[in-house]
Design a protein around this ligand. Structure first.
Ligand SMILES: NC(=O)C1=CN([C@@H]2O[C@H](COP(=O)(O)OP(=O)(O)OC[C@H]3O[C@@H](n4cnc5c(N)ncnc54)[C@H](OP(=O)(O)O)[C@@H]3O)[C@@H](O)[C@H]2O)C=CC1
Ligand SMILES: O=C(CO)COP(=O)(O)O
Ligand SMILES: [Zn+2]
Length: 348
């Protein structure tokens, strides 16, 4: 008997464009959700657009979180239960969106993603990435039922948040290579559809790089569309594999070693330069990745991340151990090989 089953969960309504925040209630109404929403946000987004969101609903309340943590998830769950909320609206960057995503999974209720920064592809994905002590849990959760990405708001956010989103997408190149490698060496299941979509998303963004400049709302639109596409690739795969390989392991390890040093997307971008070198050597495409990041104004060195060389090297040599995910890091990169890769590529 043929036993393979595919279950792909995708957002139903995706709105990307100028002023679409004011269409949030219409996008939600179209989902036939019942009950009142709890708005899950953080201080800056709440101050910027919280009232514009609340004005559209009879809200059950607002929970503002400072950091993404399991405690924050618990707080949201408690607040939602106390207020008898019917669904959650995650409003802000990755912190409140991931927290709302995981809390909605715990509550068994719907969740709507309203990003105020185009900073990474978690705004659309069915993964929640929550740090706890020394580890970072990437937990499967349902993707948002709707995504409402107002390009006017995204374009007004600090430019570095947008370049972080670009770098998160560019890192799809190396993530797909790692996934293919794991498929060949470890028989890890590989989805041609998800791999192709993820790679194409990175290619299209790089081809548009000249149009990605601060002060242009079209830039926010291009990046937001790429983030949606990358999130869909993860949904098709049922894992973050299409968008998270060795470069993400290194970034997660940096989060442990130097929490808050740099944005997620910027860290994975710099790490991707090195992992591309590990994949394809001196004449490989690592310089193309570096040039694309540079063109978009994203960091290309550890120093530009605000991270010292030794810490970067420590992350590079230890990242393989933080998660059961086979990548080009194999069972560990030696100190000498790490130094060679990072210096040859100019990352340190
Ligand atoms: N699920 C997934 O697949 C992924 C999840 N993540 C997770 O996302 C988190 C990081 O997300 P990221 O978005 O980078 O970080 P944050 O949510 O911390 O946002 C970054 C900063 O930008 C501020 N901010 C947000 N929107 C605006 C705006 N419009 N204008 C001005 N400032 C703004 C935030 O303010 P404030 O401090 O008030 O919040 C914060 O200081 C991490 O926890 C990471 O694990 C990352 C990648 C993928
Ligand atoms: O950041 C991500 C994809 O860009 C999610 O990846 P993780 O599963 O490594 O948290
Ligand atoms: Zn990422």
């Amino acid at each position: 008997m043929f036993e393979k089953t595919t279950w792909i969960k995708l957002p139903r309504n995706v709105l990307v464009g100028h002023g679409v925040l004011d269409d949030l209630s219409a996008a939600v109404e179209d989902l036939y959700l019942s009950g009142r929403p709890l708005v899950v946000t953080s201080p800056t987004p709440d101050g910027l657009v919280g009232d514009r969101v609340r004005a559209q609903f009879d809200v059950a309340g607002t929970t503002a979180i400072e950091t993404a943590s399991f405690d924050a998830v618990e707080r949201v769950v408690d607040d939602a239960e106390a207020a008898d909320a019917g669904y959650l609206i995650g409003l802000g960057g990755g912190k409140p969106i991931d927290t709302a995503k995981m809390a909605s999974d715990r509550l068994g209720c719907g969740f709507v993603s309203v990003p105020t920064a185009a900073s990474h592809d978690g705004i659309v994905s069915g993964r929640s990435s929550i740090p706890e002590g020394d580890t970072r849990h990437s937990v499967a959760a349902d993707p948002p039922l709707a995504v409402v990405a107002d390009t006017e708001i995204l374009a007004e956010a600090p430019w570095e948040l947008t370049t972080a989103g670009c770098a998160d997408i560019i890192s799809n190149y190396t993530a797909v290579k790692d996934w293919q490698l794991a498929h060949r060496l470890k028989n890890v299941e590989y989805s041609e559809y998800a791999g192709a979509l993820s790679q194409m998303t990175a290619e299209m963004l790089v081809e548009s790089s000249e149009a990605i400049k601060p002060g242009f709302e079209e830039s926010a639109w291009l990046v937001a569309k790429a983030l949606v596409s990358s999130g869909v690739a993860m949904s098709i795969a049922g894992s973050s594999r299409p968008a998270s390989g060795a470069e993400h392991l290194i970034s997660h390890q940096l989060d442990r070693l130097v929490p808050g040093a740099a944005l997620h997307g910027h860290q994975v971008g710099v790490a991707a330069i090195v992992t591309e070198y590990l994949h394809s050597g001196e004449r490989g495409e690592w310089a193309d990745i570096r040039d694309a990041l540079e063109e978009m104004g994203a960091p290309t060195t550890a120093a530009e991340l605000g991270i010292d060389d030794d810490t970067f090297l420590e992350a590079l040599t230890t990242a393989h151990s933080i998660r059961d995910r086979y990548t080009i890091l194999g069972d560990g990169v030696s100190e000498a090989a790490a130094l060679e890769a990072a210096t040859f590529t100019g990352v340190i």
